[in-house]
Design a protein around this ligand. Structure first.
Ligand SMILES: Cc1cc2nc3c(=O)[nH]c(=O)nc-3n(C[C@H](O)[C@H](O)[C@H](O)COP(=O)(O)OP(=O)(O)OC[C@H]3O[C@@H](n4cnc5c(N)ncnc54)[C@H](O)[C@@H]3O)c2cc1C
Length: 502
């Protein structure tokens, strides 16, 4: 029987897993312990999320107001992609990948835009949300209940504070035990199952199932059990990030979106919290030196002298995610550059999946692990497709990096290649997304494809725009823009009064 569960790692992935398992398995007689090393720090980055995180926090019983107060949270309604197209052809350019679905006002509006209105941006034409973003508005009112929104939203937060907040919640609400110790080895039985973890002091911690959330090192699944890493850097070329935090005044407006500005060998993320920005210069070290990257980051920030932190990024995923009685979640499972905030999303999804069908005995592991491995592999494959698409449909040709990205003839992403041919002729349709494990769906693809002007040549659709839909959307947009408070104003009010709890 499985009774003792050990989660190895106290970063975002470890504590998300602790809350998922804690809330699903409480009062079922399991003993769950989270072990983290006092000497190995968490990665300390990962500050952008997607709306799915709201469902998890709510299911854990987290108060959204407390979370906002304690984790320096700001709202995120979009990713604003700047200069992902050729400046010579389009001038300074941008598009939004919004969190509101583009078909809220009807599919007809998408058809209208395709047939006549391409002078306006796709996102602004179909959605009420782009204007809220550009005007730095909040996605809700102080009277809107916790986790509900007038516009779709996720969060930006301080990564270290978030892990600590989740940790406090897991310990207080789900009786998760928290131990500080370093694991240096594991002992296996004759079937290859882990029986004990061994600490740096030589103590043994017995366990029936271990969730490896130990970060890029993948201490148990990778190092001890030898599950190899599928390197995907042939498709995604960025491999390094220079990160820095820059203080801001508590009077400046807070953009309710992540800014993702492309440069000649990658892109820069810019996330504004209430008192600082977190900025990261993501680049391919094969196409840009560290010195040049530092110079470009300093120029972006308007500063002469900067001391960023350098983080090497291992792009790819493990060949298996669950082997014997060890499941990897978080960076130990895999990683893709943070362009669409996919890492926390996949960790959250994996932990939820594990908690929904948790094996009560060792005999059940084989079929549960098999399903888990299939589903998570699909999730990674689809994620790689989606991220690569941002690069390969760009018309930028101004550097070897963009030229290398455009050439997908030798890419391993065969599904993406097929889809791009199809969408270049007919555009995407809902039926192209058949799996419910597509974490990025029809609507996400629409924003990126049409935002980047990847338009269908042989589209079949109405040529007679239904102006009523557009009028309806215009009225609703105006109403929302008049109604919603400024982003910072709402955050200040939440800190003072709190939101209505659910
Ligand atoms: C540059 C960059 C930017 C990112 N931005 C985003 C983003 O915007 N959005 C997003 O969703 N994701 C982002 N991510 C990913 C995100 O940071 C991670 O998915 C998230 O923080 C989870 O990390 P983790 O918990 O898996 O690992 P870590 O935070 O590295 O935690 C590892 C834990 O394991 C413990 N540990 C390790 N070895 C041992 C041992 N031997 N014994 C005991 N304990 C051990 C450590 O003490 C630590 O507690 C980014 C990642 C990078 C690299």
């Amino acid at each position: 029987m499985i009774k003792k569960i050990v989660i190895l790692g106290g970063g975002t992935a470890g504590w998300l897993t602790a809350n998922h398992l804690g809330s699903a398995l409480k009062s079922r007689g399991f003993e769950i312990t989270l072990i983290e090393s006092p000497n190995i720090p968490t990665i300390g980055v990962g500050e952008g999320t997607v709306p799915a995180i709201r469902k998890s926090l709510r299911s854990f019983g987290v108060s959204e107001s407390e979370f906002i107060k304690e984790c320096d949270v700001t709202f995120k309604q979009s990713i604003k992609f700047v200069n992902w197209l050729d400046k010579n052809a389009h001038g300074e350019n941008h598009y939004h990948h919004l969190f509101d679905h583009p078909e809220i006002f009807g599919e007809g509006l998408i058809d209208n835009w395709l047939s006549t209105k391409q002078s306006d941006s796709f996102a602004n034409y179909v959605s009420k949300q782009e204007q809220s973003c550009e005007k730095n508005l909040a996605p809700k009112l102080i009277t809107t209940p916790e986790y509900a929104g007038i516009n779709g939203y996720a969060y930006h937060f301080d990564a270290k504070k978030f892990a600590a907040f989740l940790g406090k919640h897991a310990v207080n609400h789900f009786s998760i035990k928290h131990e500080l110790m370093e694991i240096t080895d594991a002992e296996l039985d004759c079937d290859g199952f882990i029986t004990h973890l061994v600490t740096s002091k030589g103590d043994k911690v017995n366990c029936d199932l271990i969730v490896d959330c130990s970060g890029f090192k993948s201490t148990i699944l990778g190092d001890k059990l030898g599950i190899s890493f599928h390197d995907r850097s042939v498709d995604l070329l960025t491999d390094t990030a220079l990160t820095i935090q820059v203080p801001t005044s508590d009077k400046v407006e807070i953009p309710p979106y992540t800014l993702a500005t492309a440069h000649k060998a990658g892109w820069i993320w810019d996330i504004t919290l209430t008192q600082r920005r977190g900025v990261g210069f993501v680049y391919s070290s094969k196409h840009m030196s560290e010195g040049e990257a530092r110079g470009k980051l300093a120029k972006y920030l308007g500063l002469d002298d900067i001391s960023p932190r350098k983080i090497p990024m291992k792009v790819g995923q493990r060949e298996q995610f669950w082997h014997k009685n060890c499941v990897a979640i978080g960076l130990s499972q895999g990683f893709v550059e943070p362009l669409e905030a996919t890492a926390i999303l996949i960790a959250d999804f994996s932990a939820d999946l594990l908690s929904k069908r948790f094996p009560v005995c060792r005999d059940d592991i084989c079929f549960i692990a098999d399903d888990f491995n299939k589903i998570i592999k699909l999730v990674w494959d689809k994620t790689f497709d989606f991220i690569k698409m941002h690069y390969c449909i760009s018309d930028r040709t101004d550097s070897p990096f963009w030229l290398a990205n455009k050439d997908i003839s030798s890419s391993t992403l065969t599904e993406l290649k097929k889809n791009l041919t199809k969408w270049g002729r007919y555009g995407p349709m809902k039926e192209d997304f058949q799996s419910k494990f597509d974490l990025f769906d029809y609507e996400n693809y629409l924003y990126v494809l049409y935002g980047m002007k990847y338009l269908p040549k042989n589209r079949i659709g109405s040529e007679y725009p239904d102006d009523k839909l557009f009028e309806m959307k215009k009225i609703k947009t105006q109403q929302i823009v008049n109604e919603l408070p400024q982003h910072r104003e709402l955050l200040d009010k939440i800190k003072q009064y709190g939101l209505q709890s659910v």
